[in-house]
Ligand binder design. Structure first.
Ligand SMILES: Cc1cc2nc3c(=O)[nH]c(=O)nc-3n(C[C@H](O)[C@H](O)[C@H](O)COP(=O)(O)O)c2cc1C
Length: 161
């Protein structure tokens, strides 16, 4: 798939087939995703794979669409707000890299913000040095939703003299 098609066809997936993803494939996508831009080479991402016991404790309303794999992506907060913000942006680049690599192999992701809550942080054993950017379900889609229309870019662009 060419890069344009890859980016525009990717969807957040909310229902998955039971078929597992090869763990080596997953690890190779994470490795490649780590080529994401990151200021001062902080490499702020950490991945926490969530096993069945911990997953049950999260008690997510759809159990992440029954995704065969669930993991959290954390970002190091650093010692300054600027570093925290830049790290979060770098982790977002990492996540998009990962999602596109997965999508190119037919694997979709669900992105949940559940990790912002204190009880969830506690269940995931996240230290004060990290924030949870997302909890992801990954797997082969059972359903691929229609694309949500985006605003024309003309309305988002300003040209300064
Ligand atoms: C930071 C962030 C947090 C998100 N949190 C959630 C969430 O908690 N639940 C959810 O259903 N989707 C979540 N999403 C996915 C968006 O809802 C989704 O990307 C958006 O609807 C556009 O759909 P698309 O990615 O399939 O084009 C999140 C996306 C981002 C970037």
């Amino acid at each position: 798939m060419d890069i344009e098609k890859l980016i525009s066809s990717r969807r957040i997936i909310k229902k998955f087939k039971a078929e597992p993803i090869d763990q080596n494939l997953l690890l190779s996508w994470l490795k490649t995703a780590s080529m994401a831009p990151n200021h001062r080479m902080t490499e702020p991402w950490e991945i926490v794979f969530i096993g069945s016991e911990t997953r049950a404790k999260l008690n997510h309303k759809t159990d992440f669409g029954n995704a065969p794999t669930v993991f959290a992506v954390l970002s190091n907060i650093g010692s300054l707000q600027l570093v925290r913000d830049e790290n979060m942006v770098a982790v977002s680049c990492f996540i998009q890299n990962f999602m596109l690599l997965a999508w190119s192999a037919g694997v979709g992701c669900f992105w949940s913000s559940l990790g912002v809550s204190a009880p969830v942080r506690h269940i995931l054993n996240v230290s004060d040095e990290y924030e949870v950017i997302g909890i992801f379900g990954a797997g082969y889609p059972e359903e691929i939703p229609e694309a949500k229309k985006r605003t024309e870019m003309d309305a988002k662009i300003t040209y300064l003299l």
